[in-house]
Design a protein around this ligand. Structure first.
Ligand SMILES: *Cc1c(COP(=O)(O)O)cnc(C)c1O
Length: 372
């Protein structure tokens, strides 16, 4: 195998248990969208199913159908956009959909079959969702389908990036009015708003259900969330990263001083170097923009800097310092631990001017995933 992703099943279970202890299983929807945040939908479902999650959430109807095919029998929430053709699929597979725009609502109202729905309100995210002021109108239009409306929900815009929650509180106040409109009209709805960050640090946002994505995989949503949590609770909660990404050296070479390495001749050797080629590039999901940063991989527990530009399917790393002990076939780690060293997904994201969410969801689906 040229490159592979290792997934620690016990870490998935651990993270699920951490949240279950925090909030109770019935109140948690683990989010498995985007190929389970790039980890691998099938493998993560396999690791998680013994925990008997009450709810799972995905972005697309297709992803929900896939989870049904894999055998999931619990409640399944589709949080992303849909087109009218998706409605009958959702119904057939007992998926609950978020409806947050008038086209979607009209299509649903006109549909021959009606899956259960949750009405989404835009309380300040500026994405999907009805305006809070429309709540009474929307509720009136749903009067005869009351039983099929299972929830009202919203999404926070500004929890991960800050350590104060003024805007989140504004959003919650608006949500509160919406919830009162629906319950006031006799709808038996649950309320949900929180994703990982809010679930961790905004107790008042937990309501009846939390949609936990990134932290299922053992990541803090952001540095700010981590700081806020510690500030609130004195200590951190123990989240365990699930994923490691590894490859093997496919060739090595000795390069004299004064030679260039890679496209654009951006890197010139200052002394004789030993270079290893790794069969991983931006196609596989290692961002090209990390070229020229302090990015490194781990080989035999040592940091080996990436030199020159990252190619489509290869990168070159400096193994001069460990040339005596590194050979073709040796393992290199892009994300994960090796000896005393650890590269977090957020480290690679930092070298790549992005966030760990984007980094992991872009790990190519063709890379083999191994549950260990
Ligand atoms: C992705 C998503 C989540 C999960 O967010 P995390 O920050 O990964 O926990 C929750 N709700 C909605 C609507 C989402 O799209």
């Amino acid at each position: 195998m040229l490159t592979w992703i290792e997934l620690k099943a016990d870490h998935v279970k651990h993270n699920v248990q951490v949240f279950s202890a925090l909030a109770g299983k019935e109140k948690l929807a683990f989010v498995l969208k985007s190929n389970a945040y790039g980890h691998g939908l099938k493998e993560i479902y396999e690791a998680l199913k013994s925990e008997n999650p009450a709810w799972l959430a995905v972005n697309y109807v297709d992803e929900g159908v896939m989870l049904r095919t894999l055998g999931f029998k619990g409640r399944l929430l589709v949080v992303g956009p849909f087109v009218p053709e998706d409605i009958s699929q959702a119904f057939k597979n007992k998926l609950e959909m978020l409806v947050g725009h008038k086209e979607g609502l009209s299509a649903w109202l006109k549909g021959e079959v009606k899956p259960e729905i949750h009405i989404e309100f835009d309380t300040g995210m500026g994405r999907q969702g009805f305006r809070p002021a429309e709540a009474d109108d929307i509720a009136a239009r749903l009067e005869s389908d009351k039983k099929l409306v299972r929830g009202v929900c919203m999404h926070f815009a500004n929890v991960e990036d800050v350590t104060e929650f003024e805007y989140a509180n504004v959003q919650m106040a608006r949500f509160d009015t919406v919830y009162k409109v629906f319950t006031g009209r006799g709808f038996k709805v649950i309320a949900h708003a929180a994703s990982s960050a809010a679930a961790l640090i905004l107790e008042g946002s937990r309501f009846d259900l939390m949609r936990v994505g990134i932290s299922t995989y053992g990541f803090w949503p952001s540095q700010a969330t981590k700081i806020s949590y510690k500030h609130l609770h004195g200590a951190l909660i123990d989240l365990k990263p699930v994923l490691s990404w590894r490859t093997q050296i496919t060739s090595t070479s000795n390069v004299p001083a004064g030679e260039y390495i890679g496209y654009g001749c951006t890197y010139k050797t200052r002394h004789a170097m030993r270079i290893a080629v790794l069969p991983v590039g931006y196609f596989e999901g290692y961002p090209r923009i990390a070229s020229g940063s302090e990015a490194y991989v781990l080989i035999h527990g040592e940091r080996c800097p990436i030199v020159g530009r990252i190619c489509m399917n290869m990168m070159m790393v400096d193994i001069t310092d460990i040339s005596g002990k590194s050979n073709v076939g040796d393992t290199a780690t892009m994300i994960g631990g090796d000896g005393k060293e650890y590269i977090a997904a957020s480290d690679v994201a930092g070298w790549s001017e992005t966030i760990h969410y984007e980094l992991v969801t872009r790990l190519h689906p063709s890379i083999e995933r191994k549950l260990i």
